[in-house]
Design a protein around this ligand. Sequence first.
Ligand code: AMP
Ligand code: ZN
Length: 482
Amino acid sequence: MAIQLYDSLTRSLQPLRPSQPDGVFRFYNCGPTVYAPAHIGNFRTFVVNDVLRRLLELEFGADKVKHVRNLTDVDDRTIGQTQKEKRPLAEITRKWTDKFHADCDALNCLRPHVEPTATGHIREQVDMIEVLMQKGNAYRAADGSVYFKIDSFPGYGALSRIKERELKITNAVADADHKDSVSDFALWKAYKPAEDGDVKWPGPRGASEGRPGWHIECSAMSKKHLGDTIDLHTGGVDLLFPHHENEIAQSECCNGTTFARHWYHSEHLLVDGTTMSKSKGNYYTLSDLLEKGYSPMAVRYALISGSPRMQLNFTLDSLHAAESALKKIETYAKKLISYGAITSAEFPDYFRSADIPTPWSILGIVGDMLRNDLGTALALGQLHKAINEFQFSKESNPPYRFQIELAELSRVMFMFGLRLNLDEAPKADIPAAVTALAEKRWAAKQAKDFAAADALRKELAAAGWSMLDRKDGYSLEPQKKA
Ligand code: AMP
Ligand code: ZN
């Protein structure tokens, strides 16, 4: 089954395929603005894109996918931060880029093949702006800034379906920005010493020195690294308008051809029912959650536990549920590994070891659900259903059955990007006194002395441990901070 993905432009499910003769699938994902830590809302978008990248690699081959994700290292927000901190732009963006990379690695996101920076592509942006000015799609304003004239592009609004009257196209000279129309957007912003500090570059011919507008950055970096027409462009839903609408206008007017053949937008992560955002301050970073004792894989699991095209409300309970779900998969994998007689080190790449016959596996449908519009929620549900139904008895399984299931499980884990912890948790660091309390509590529970068992649970909690009961035993875990 081919990968199908919802396309925001045609508003329909469309198959993904490369369009160029070299068979390389060209994929651009708008990257982070590096002025503060990325929050887990941002990481929902990046993790969803990472699942997509993994599916594309399996579909077309790892060397037939080119994934570009930029770093926005100059824009209003990054410059605002240099003013606040009174530190150089490069110092701030370096710091948050490093943090972003560390978080991406912890979340097991594959690095993009190219990670261009806006400040590293000023020449390319200036070149595009000059072409747009020559073609009559852009004009210099009185202060030396350059604006894109949106009524010069008849296709404007096709992606967001924004109506002309909503765009408020007027011929009135617009406000202090010196624009011809309020809806025109900046390609180049003239230098303002009080706001911009020392952030400035020589401008396009005829314009002042200054800095690029945010939208032109992605148009220029995409053109440089992927060419005039790309196969897929993605980002969070908030980027659909104006960012992506403006990218289309700039790129198509400059290059004279289709910019992106497919647009995909994933929905936001919410907290307490509103969008998690840096400006609202209502966010968790990955570090916040690791400090509370959660693992990066539990965070990744929670971020893909909803359908990517639906909003997802984040709670610590959902993270807790993700942790237990992950443990179930790990227990299943460990059992399968022992029945299939492979080592846990072999497991992650086991699906690549070619000559295992892979006829029908109960996990095949999980991949299909992912290929169908990134149905991560359904796919995880199906995975657990398969785990619950699998019969381990050697008699009821034909030879190779365990190897086939192992290969399929490792393939599915690669798709989800979930790294399993297949080594037993070290037991040594549980203090003896805690183990003794747990044993006492377990005995009380077996004897149905629930009052004593409850009291002992409280004692354990006071010592910082929680006891998880199963039918056949228990495990001990350090307590999570609230
Ligand atoms: P930014 O660093 O603000 O440029 O955003 C980086 C990416 O995160 C963009 O694709 C945004 O659309 C996306 N994003 C921002 N907020 C959220 C959120 N609450 N949930 C999911 N994605 C988000
Ligand atoms: Zn972008």
